[in-house]
Design a protein around this ligand. Structure first.
Ligand SMILES: Cc1cc2nc3c(=O)[nH]c(=O)nc-3n(C[C@H](O)[C@H](O)[C@H](O)COP(=O)(O)OP(=O)(O)OC[C@H]3O[C@@H](n4cnc5c(N)ncnc54)[C@H](O)[C@@H]3O)c2cc1C
Length: 418
């Protein structure tokens, strides 16, 4: 099924896709024919990216019309999911069957394939980005053919095929690592001095299974501690306990925030910050994020504290998280543990752009890599230069899609055609 001449915008409403046609196939065979018959096509997930990574000047295809299947293989500890499923749907199925994913992003509203394509992450010293849980992917290639690439059977190509920006084909299914379901309790400490966090990064971010700092970069912040109830609680306890539930953006209604105040409950109702049934975050917003090598966290804190007076007026809120290293070629955490600096900006590009540039002036010399789905002023080739395996990815892309059916201007910018 295709919808002609529809204007499609992303979740934030800051991007209108250039495609004149959006397809929504009901079966994988219909998807394969659509891909085969299209000159250029890109998959669109749930549209939560803030830039043109998903854009197409020709066809777009959404996979949310395909059956939302999730097949659990308990012996292999994997679940094989339909690519267009959102984490919100998947986590419910998993939890009902007694299983869990190791990590989730701040919101469960995003599609599995779209999140894995950009290296989307949550937080935790021991937690890798969501893409690192992928054991295998199934792709529709340019001729409508289906290819299954797995970590075990295709070690030479697989690390390039997960965080792939939609440039290798349309992902139809992914196998993800699962583990037994666990319980969590979430506590928030407010009034935490930023200097204390900067001086004790390891203590603060090591204090729970998943830790986030929210701040406006002036003096203080709120630290969200997500504990597993089956693991010991960390020793750090700066600031003071929040007197009631909070929202990441100060002053916003707390109804959309996940359960806090230390009450124990299922993993998927504590790991994200936002509940699936309600609008996440601030809504009227733009986002940027940078992955900085973990050992430079202190230097990054000092640099951003120095421009706190510029940042605060342009922000709803900023968030600092940690991400463990992985081996995926285009993962922003490739080869190094990271601390990530996220910015939820006001939806005012004119005010935000100079402040974003000021952030980049300070974080890029530290080796920062920008989030693939968020805003940056960096030139595309400079971004590609930050990835040691970029040339390997380009070779893989040329091998799987020699005529460039799945490329768009975003991908061409990163890997200009010879
Ligand atoms: C309110 C909000 C909160 C957020 N929180 C976080 C967070 O906590 N952590 C974080 O890291 N990011 C976060 N993000 C960013 C978001 O998670 C990423 O941009 C993610 O990629 C969005 O997934 P999506 O399904 O919307 O993908 P889209 O934005 O629709 O697409 C992203 C990419 O995936 C590709 N793609 C989608 N489906 C397929 C497919 N089937 N086959 C091949 N390629 C495909 C597209 O072509 C495109 O290149 C947040 C965004 C919002 C709006």
């Amino acid at each position: 099924m295709s919808t002609p001449h529809t204007q499609v915008v992303n979740w934030a409403g800051n991007v209108t896709f250039g495609s004149p046609r959006v397809h929504r196939p009901r079966t994988v065979d219909e998807l394969r024919r659509t891909v085969r018959d299209s000159a250029r096509i890109r998959a669109l997930g749930s549209g939560h990216s803030f830039n043109l990574v998903a854009d197409s000047d020709h066809d777009l295809v959404r996979l949310d019309g395909l059956p939302a299947e999730a097949g659990i293989d308990a012996e292999d500890s994997t679940v094989t999911v339909a690519a267009g499923m959102r984490y919100a749907e998947l986590v419910t199925v998993l939890n009902e069957r007694g299983f869990a994913l190791a990590n989730l992003a701040s919101l469960p509203h995003i599609s599995v394939a779209g999140s894995c394509a950009t290296g989307t992450h949550g937080s935790g010293d021991g937690r890798r980005c969501l893409s690192a849980a992928v054991r295998a992917v199934e792709l529709v290639g340019p001729d409508g053919d289906l290819t299954w690439l797995s970590r075990e059977a295709d070690p030479g190509a697989f690390p390039g095929a997960v965080v792939a920006l939609g440039a290798l084909g349309v992902v139809t299914r992914l196998s993800l690592e699962i583990e037994p379901a666990f319980e969590m309790a979430q506590r928030v400490r407010v009034g935490v001095p930023l200097d204390e966090v900067a001086d004790h990064v390891d203590d603060v971010f090591g204090a729970a299974y998943s830790v986030s700092l929210f701040t406006d970069w002036r003096d203080e912040g709120a630290v969200w501690l997500k504990h597993r109830t089956d693991r010991p609680v960390g020793g750090w306890s700066g600031g003071r306990p929040a007197p009631g539930p909070v929202h990441p953006v100060p002053g916003m209604s707390t109804g959309s925030s996940t359960e806090q105040m230390g009450s124990a409950g299922p993993w998927h109702e504590r790991l994200p910050h936002f509940r699936p049934e309600l609008e996440p975050s601030a809504g009227e917003e733009l986002q940027s994020e940078f992955y900085v090598p973990r050992e430079l966290a202190g230097a990054a804190f000092t640099a951003l504290r120095g421009i706190g007076h510029l940042l605060a007026p342009a922000l709803h809120v900023a968030e600092v998280r940690t991400v463990r290293a992985d081996d995926l070629w285009l993962s922003p955490a490739h080869g190094r543990d990271c601390v990530t600096f996220h910015f939820t900006w006001l939806k005012d590009p004119e005010a935000v752009t100079p402040v974003l540039s000021a952030v980049e002036e300070r974080l890029l010399p530290l080796g920062a890599r920008p989030h693939w789905g968020k805003l940056t002023t960096m030139a595309a080739p400079d971004i590609a230069d930050r990835y040691e395996r970029a040339a390997d990815f380009e070779r893989l892309m040329l091998g799987l899609d020699p005529a460039g059916k799945f490329r768009n201007a975003f991908v061409d910018g990163l890997f200009p055609r010879a």
